[in-house]
Design a protein around this ligand. Structure first.
Ligand code: HEM
Length: 442
């Protein structure tokens, strides 16, 4: 490092623990305060390690897109996820990541995802069929069940409701990496109940995945279907992917695609439940867009539904922050950040920054309808950005639209739980209490 380094300003917290105490107490407030007091690029200390918050859209764009080669996923992530999915798309870097992304991408092409819409709709219909007029529904629970079912049917070609191995493993993985709990910072090898359950359930999942893969391999390639599992099996057969990479990717897709989408739906329903006018408008849009059963070709017509989803993901981004690490000294907005520094990109604070959003705390979907807006592109990044943006973004958005359309077709609903539920900074942004709606048959 040279001597002219301008290191980003920031608070110096308590000795030894640094800002760890403030951070674990209220991580959302912490980043907003850091931004307001020290600026959109600011430094802090956590568990004795220097970290920088990057909350300026231009700097975020530089990290994720323009200079992405100068940043890697970094130790915070790899340390936590290495065991479960260290060889998978979410964690790997360099040539290995590039190879996997290229191989897996076809499972997420628009045409392919369009073929998943009927399964998404059927799964949503099966859920809604169990609902009744006047019933109170715990939205997060129901959306969590529904999204795991959709992932199982579309990406792995299995009915997970018949076999609990997938949902049990998913629960165990999320509990293990629940960063709001102290145990997520304990080493994997300690025999805590969470670690033991995590080991057992991921072993069972890996066995299950191996069996599924074997069955697919034994099938005539013409009858294999074209889900993600079949694609991965073919890539393994072409020896472009090791068996370990294959398994880690199956776990990756469960980990990355399940809770995130369930939370996206939960928060969209939370916002809609408080805005009956929006529910009515979306219902009218859905009625106008499709005659009978919703199909993939109807989805692009649901523009207002899309704005509602965008706005819910702005206010409640399921991934509320993520990390990078500098792989060399870098200049960001006039500051020099040394190699090896952990960077945190906090969607929560950027999505609620009044510099880019009028009245940021208010739910106003129409702000996404305004094409003339001169807001910087990276003031909004619920799915990340640049080459490592969420591969499942289109899948998640299609699923959310399909599920919302299915629900709104049958029911209107009111919120009967707290309109501002307490939130937990877990692996994802989770409600600390049930979000409940009361149904009224349309
Ligand atoms: C609302 C739902 C979702 C949200 C908010 C979300 C958010 C994100 C974000 C922010 C990233 C970037 C992380 C980073 O750069 O460090 C990411 C990456 C990723 N997501 Fe999603 N995601 C969602 C749904 C899904 C779904 C449905 C799948 C799969 C079916 C998925 C699979 C992945 C994978 C594999 C990556 C890593 C991509 C790579 O590094 O090449 N996600 N997601």
């Amino acid at each position: 490092m040279n001597t002219e380094v301008r290191y980003p300003p920031g608070p110096r917290g308590l000795p030894v623990v640094g800002n760890t105490v403030d951070l674990s107490y209220d991580i959302f407030g912490f980043f907003e305060e850091l931004r307001d007091e020290y600026g959109r690029i600011a430094s802090y200390e956590v568990f004795g390690t220097e970290a920088c918050m990057i909350a300026h859209p231009d700097a975020i764009q530089q990290v994720l897109l323009d200079s992405h080669e100068a940043f890697e996923k970094g130790e915070v992530l790899t340390r936590n996820l290495a065991d479960a999915m260290g060889e998978g798309l979410f964690v790997t870097g360099g040539g290995q990541w590039q190879n996997q992304r290229t191989q897996v991408q076809p499972a997420f092409y628009r045409n392919r995802i369009n073929t998943y819409v009927p399964e998404m709709r059927t799964t949503a219909e099966e859920t809604v069929e169990q609902w009744r007029d006047g019933m109170v529904v715990d939205v997060n629970d129901r959306m969590t069940e529904m999204t795991i079912d959709v992932l199982g049917r579309t990406l792995f070609g299995v009915d997970v409701t018949e076999n609990p191995v997938v949902s049990e493993a998913s629960d165990a993985i999320l509990a293990r990496f629940d960063t709001s709990r102290f145990w997520s910072f304990l080493p994997d090898r300690l025999p805590t109940p969470t670690n033991r359950r995590y080991r057992q359930k991921t072993d069972e999942l890996q066995q299950f995945v191996d069996d599924l893969a074997r069955q697919r391999r034994e099938q005539n390639p013409e009858h294999r279907g074209d889900d993600l599992l079949s694609i991965l099996v073919e890539v393994v057969e072409a020896s472009d992917l090791t068996r370990e990479e294959f398994r880690d990717n199956m776990v990756t897709f469960l980990f990355a695609g399940h809770e995130t989408t369930a939370l996206g739906l939960t928060y969209t329903l939370l916002c809609l439940a408080q805005h009956p006018d929006e529910q009515a408008a979306l219902r009218a849009e859905i009625d106008a867009a499709c005659d009978e059963n919703l199909t993939a070709k109807d989805l692009p017509k649901l523009e207002q539904t899309e704005n509602v989803i965008d706005e819910a993901l702005r206010l409640y981004p399921p991934v509320y922050m993520f990390f990078r690490e500098t792989s060399q000294d870098v200049e960001l907005q006039g500051y020099t950040i040394p190699e090896g520094t952990t960077l945190v990109l906090p969607q929560w604070a950027v999505h609620r920054d009044s510099a880019w959003w009028d009245d940021p705390e208010t739910f106003r979907p129409e702000r996404f309808a305004d094409d003339d807006d001169d807001r910087p592109e990276y003031a909004y990044f619920p799915f990340g950005g640049g080459p490592r943006h969420c591969i499942g973004m289109r899948f998640a958005r299609m699923e959310m639209k399909t599920v919302l359309a299915t629900i709104l077709n049958e029911y209107s609903f009111d919120l009967v739980s707290d309109p501002s539920p307490e939130l937990i900074a877990s692996t994802n942004l989770k409600p600390a209490e049930p979000i409940e709606i009361e149904l009224e048959k349309c």
